[in-house]
Write a protein that binds this ligand. Structure first.
Ligand code: CMP
Length: 157
């Protein structure tokens, strides 16, 4: 069944000029980009978006990172979009994404190309975000795009 998820290219992904390559991977992986918009988050909006992490030691640093430049948010759609996008971006810690190796049985299950392996740096600067459940996908999509449940893919003419 077709499903939607919220994908985000974080400030380091945008400033590092990874956007075009990431979009190619998205389209090659069978997603439609239903909507996209670039936004500059302020501390209040970034804190609200990551409210579930507000008690964590890394929270202030995360807000600083996420407000350091614009982000590109996209609604992606395909069958099982939430899980597929999470697999495609790889582990939260981009160092793990980079060191997964086909001959290392511990990480064998997660060995594949991942976007974070391509453009992430560490567990904070991991260059992309993806919703982790249907509930967060719904919340995160409406956070950036409002009520778009019946909107369909915009094709460029
Ligand atoms: P994301 O998948 O967007 O969800 C929460 C974000 O918090 C995560 O990516 C990272 O950018 C950041 N984050 C998660 N864990 C850590 C950590 N241990 N140290 C610093 N930042 C983190």
């Amino acid at each position: 069944e077709r499903e939607r998820t919220l994908a985000m290219i974080k400030p380091d992904g945008l400033s590092g000029n990874y956007t075009e390559r990431i979009k190619e991977v998205i389209l090659e992986s069978g997603f439609d980009i239903v909507k996209e918009t670039a936004v500059q988050l302020d501390a209040e909006r970034a804190s609200l978006f990551y409210a579930e992490h507000s008690g964590r030691s890394f929270f202030d640093s995360l807000v600083k990172y996420m407000t350091s430049g614009p982000v590109l948010v996209m609604i992606l759609e395909r069958p099982d979009a939430i899980l597929h996008w999470r697999v495609l971006i790889g582990p939260t810690d981009a160092r793990k994404a980079k060191t997964s190796h086909p001959n290392s049985h511990k990480s064998y299950a997660s060995f594949h190309f991942s976007i974070r392996a391509m453009c992430g740096v560490d567990s904070e600067k991991n260059c992309v975000h993806g919703s982790d459940s249907p509930q967060s996908a719904a919340r995160e999509i409406s956070f950036f795009f409002g009520d778009v449940r019946s909107d369909t893919v915009e094709h460029d003419e």
